[in-house]
Write a protein that binds this ligand. Structure first.
Ligand code: PLP
Length: 383
């Protein structure tokens, strides 16, 4: 079956008792056992919950995995992966990463004696040099956040596996509609379900998907042992989100492509970072790795000052000034002071996140309205 059919039907059975087409939300925290010490599929909702399981089953299918684990947030999902590591282990992580992931890697797990080396994952030579015999995990995003760098996942997975390291891919930006990292050799796919999977800015969530049963069991053990599971209402909302995921991602990507082309021709815009533009250094890899579209996130630098960049993001009317992304409503933000303020200033600058960089998440509104909104904000910033 095709992706969008599976997104609606896999894991989402009608309720056998009532015939309800939409499965009910199971809020129960505990489940009756037939006898002392006898366990059925569900016993306690931290360990397993039918509504959470429905979402996990659909997502595992869409990512091509053998199982998924749903978490309270994306960060809880990433944290669970880092709990596979021990003191003395080494992590190689991309430089174009979500701000919260940078904070987790460089300001939390480093205290447990885990060393982290930031490397540009779109530079395979630099990546190769970063591996040591202690390297256990390569962590990357493609497209990266907020610079929209494109990483060749298949090449990275080959390289990491030669060094016996696991490969984790944060697939929040691409979604399984456009990229399926497990099929490219990655071991773990991570999502902030808060973004495209939920899709409506009303549910926090995270997920891991794997294709290897023993790895799934290790991660399940850690999730159950530490407890940051997705709640039933959020699982229901994320299942609902998945049903329209392909339609939303394809339509939002189509509009993003047009916005990127429009901005690239604007005299006040110095550079547009969008993998769908032929001038993007990762365009060829993206065209191969992404399925028919380039996503709905883009960033751009204006030919102006920090003050003008601030004025721009404060002048849009449809694009709401807010962090987060991936929902039906368009959002705009300034990474240096918002999503990536948890980076050290030096790491931000050396990584290329300038003060004039503006990131937008293109929503489902009409292209013409979004274009006019950006044009008006650009005019206001330079007036
Ligand atoms: C938002 C985000 C996260 C973190 O997810 P939360 O649900 O906010 O914890 C991780 N990676 C990317 C790319 C994100 O956009």
């Amino acid at each position: 079956m095709q992706f969008r059919t599976r997104a609606i039907h896999v894991g989402q059975q009608t309720d056998r008792e009532t015939g309800a087409v939409v499965p009910p939300i199971h809020l129960a925290t505990t489940f009756v056992q037939s006898a002392a010490g006898i366990y059925a599929e569900f016993d306690y909702s931290r360990s397993g919950n039918p509504t959470r399981k429905a979402f996990e089953t659909t997502l595992a299918d869409l990512e091509g995995g053998i199982g998924a684990l749903a978490f309270a947030t994306g960060m809880a999902a990433t944290h669970c992966v880092t709990m596979l590591l021990s003191a003395g282990d080494h992590v190689v992580a991309g430089t174009d990463l979500y701000g919260g992931t940078y904070r987790l890697l460089h300001k939390v797990i480093d205290r447990a004696g885990i060393r982290v080396s930031p490397v540009r994952t779109d530079d395979l030579g630099a990546l190769e040099r970063a591996f040591t015999p202690q390297t256990k995990l390569l962590w990357l995003e493609s497209p990266g956040n907020p610079l929209m760098s494109i990483t060749d996942i298949e090449a990275c997975a080959g390289l990491a596996h030669r060094h016996s390291a696991l490969v984790g891919v944060d697939n929040t930006f691409a979604t399984p509609v456009l990229t399926r990292p497990l099929s490219l050799g990655a071991d773990i796919v991570m999502h902030s379900a808060t973004k495209y999977l939920g899709g409506h800015s009303d549910a926090l969530g995270g997920a891991l998907v794997v294709k290897d049963r023993p790895l799934f069991e290790r991660l399940y053990f850690l999730q159950n042992a530490t407890g940051a599971v997705m709640a039933p209402l959020e699982a229901f909302l994320c299942s609902r989100g998945l049903k329209t995921l392909e339609l939303r991602v394809r339509e939002q990507s189509r509009t993003a492509q047009r916005i990127a082309e429009h901005l690239a021709a604007h005299p006040r815009v110095r550079r547009v970072r969008y993998p769908g533009l032929a001038a993007h250094p990762g365009h060829a890899v993206a065209a191969r790795q992404m399925d028919g579209a380039f996503g709905a996130m883009l960033s751009f630098e204006i030919d102006g000052s920090l003050e003008q960049a601030k004025r721009l993001v404060e002048s849009t009317r449809l694009f709401r000034l807010a962090v987060s992304l991936g929902a039906v409503e368009s959002l705009v933000e300034q990474p240096a002071t918002m999503s990536h303020s948890s980076y050290d200033a030096e790491a931000r600058r050396s990584g290329g996140i300038s003060d004039e960089l503006i990131r937008v998440s293109v929503g489902l509104e009409a292209f013409e309205d979004l274009r006019d909104d950006l044009d008006a904000a650009l005019a206001a910033a330079f007036s």
